[in-house]
Design a protein around this ligand. Structure first.
Ligand code: HEM
Ligand SMILES: CC(C)=CCC/C(C)=C/CC/C(C)=C/COP(=O)(O)OP(=O)(O)O
Length: 472
């Protein structure tokens, strides 16, 4: 025990931890990618036509393009310095060869990136150079993420194994509020039906649909379309949740987290719950058809079928890819929102759907870690059950990185700008901070904190889409 503590301290060294520095570097690398895909940087190349200085008097020209260009170059310089410090730490502390090699490769790509950037600045940029600049920028960001994951694994990886099962800080007993209350039986029954609809996740799915609506319609959105889309969507989510409760009632009974669900406790009979799910499905389709359009209705029905049949019956009990593939359903509300306004499926909605799809593993794998033993007991092949905690934690970081890239892609295909970029960057840093704690404390509460950080990230991303498209 003491020996492993000493080894860990040697790896981390006193003072600055390499993993903390890599979080700063990855965030900075992402800022460069994000600024590279927004329109500002294209104008910046023209506003700043020399290298390494701009060749124009910055004090006399305060154009936004020039500010972007100068900020870009300053960030490149600062990150270059930090990258050199990271290399120094990797070589002078007890870090693994794979971390050192990853940083060496990132350093080489960074040098190449500076060369390409300088060429773009001083020449009339050929489009292939701009594409190369973007690709190498993404590779630098990804290389930093991989280096971060490997560093965290070197520093804390083995400590994750079995740790979450041992740290059940939350009471595992079913919430007595649901089992024995002083409320009237009618109210109790109504609450039980409400619980079938999984209401806690509705707000975020509604935000996804709202973002789809806002990207398509801007400030001139029709209130009836908005209300119809949200109401039809809430009914569809309720139907999906109800069918999921029906289909999983036996396994829910075996999991401490879900043992108090109304079907697991037989508070609601299976037949009634199935009828309730069917009524919600019909009501959802009717609302979409009456107040929105046929495409929104079809997509809502597709989402219900996908979640109830493809995810719950086919994927979840049979493959550890269940959540990755199941994440597709989370993107459908984005398509519904867009379709409600345009009657079609558009590129921004597909890219927003990609953001949700890639975010889903980074969201759910934290719960899979926190409740690993529960899922194992119920026979679900969730990633931590079949591949272990370390691989799951690695996937949380990498899927989150992919989500960040998709978020940058969304900025590229829309007019989203500074507010969106700032929100995404800030809450990505909050998420990475939580991930650092997850590796260091490897406890259930740390996993739940990362889960909430993932929700906050998506909420801020969607909220800033709403602000930029509807208000600013
Ligand atoms: C296959 C995909 C997904 C899986 C397996 C998954 C899994 C879960 C689980 C197990 C919970 C806890 C539920 C409970 O305790 O009742 C949860 C909560 C939640 N999920 Fe997901 N989820 C997925 C997709 C999504 C999507 C697409 C969204 C929204 C965009 C979302 C938003 C939420 C929210 C807001 C909560 C509640 C958080 C809270 O209680 O604070 N989830 N999810
Ligand atoms: C428009 C529309 C219908 C969209 C539906 C999208 C939707 C319902 C996404 C949520 C997926 C979800 C909550 C999975 C929960 O996992 P789980 O069921 O494995 O969790 P559990 O272990 O708590 O049952």
């Amino acid at each position: 025990m003491l020996g492993s503590q000493i080894r860990r301290l040697r790896r981390a060294g006193p003072g600055l931890r390499l993993s903390s520095l890599l979080v700063v570097l990855a965030s900075g690398g992402y800022l460069l990618v994000l600024s590279g895909v927004t329109a500002g940087i294209t104008d910046a190349a023209t506003a700043c036509p020399a290298w390494p200085g701009c060749g124009v008097a910055v004090e006399t020209q305060h154009t936004p393009a020039l500010v972007v260009a100068v900020a870009h170059r300053l960030t490149v310089g600062i990150l270059g310095g930090l990258l050199a410090v990271a290399g120094w730490l990797a070589w002078n502390r007890d870090h693994s060869t794979r971390v050192r090699l990853a940083l060496l490769l990132v350093g080489a790509m960074y040098a190449l990136q500076i060369g390409v950037g300088a060429t773009i600045a001083v020449t009339t940029p050929a489009s292939f150079l701009s594409t190369l600049h973007l690709i190498v920028g993404i590779a630098v960001f990804w290389g930093l993420l991989v280096a971060l994951v490997w560093t965290l694994e070197d520093e804390h990886g083995p400590a994750l194994v079995g740790a979450f099962d041992r740290t059940a800080e939350r009471s595992q007993e079913p919430d007595p509020e649901h089992l024995n209350s002083d409320r009237s039986p009618v109210l109790d029954r109504a609450i039980a039906y409400l619980r079938l609809t999984k209401p806690r996740l509705m707000w975020l799915l509604c935000l996804v649909a709202l973002a789809g609506l806002a990207l398509a319609g801007g400030p001139a959105l029709d209130p009836v379309t908005v209300a119809g889309t949200l109401f039809g969507g809430v009914l569809a989510i309720g139907a999906s949740g109800t069918f999921n409760n029906v289909l999983e009632r036996d396994r829910d009974e075996q999991m401490q987290r879900t043992a108090d669900r109304p079907l697991a406790t037989e508070t609601i009979p299976v037949g009634r719950a199935t009828a309730f799910g069917t009524v919600l499905t019909v009501a959802s389709v009717a609302v979409f058809l009456t107040f929105v359009n046929a495409l929104a209705a079809a997509l809502g029905l597709l989402a219900i079928l996908f979640y109830s049949v493809v995810y719950t019956i086919v994927l979840k009990p049979h493959t550890s890819a269940n959540v990755v593939i199941g994440g597709v359903v989370g993107g459908i509300p984005a398509l519904i929102g867009w379709a409600a306004v345009t009657g079609t499926v558009g590129v921004p909605a597909i890219v927003l759907g990609m953001v949700i799809f890639l975010w889903t593993p980074a969201h759910f794998y934290n719960l899979a870690l926190a409740y690993r033993a529960d899922y194992e007991r119920a026979g679900f092949p969730m990633l931590p059950v079949v591949a272990g905690e370390q691989k799951t934690a690695r996937h949380i970081v990498l899927y989150f990185g992919a989500t960040m890239l998709a978020a940058a892609g969304l900025a590229a295909v829309t007019d989203l700008g500074t507010l969106y970029a700032a929100g995404v960057l800030l809450f990505a840093a909050v998420f990475f901070h939580a991930v650092g704690r997850l590796y260091r404390h490897h406890s259930r509460s740390a996993a739940l904190r990362t889960f909430h950080a993932s929700n906050a990230f998506l909420a801020v991303l969607l909220g800033s889409i709403l602000l930029e498209t509807l208000v600013v």
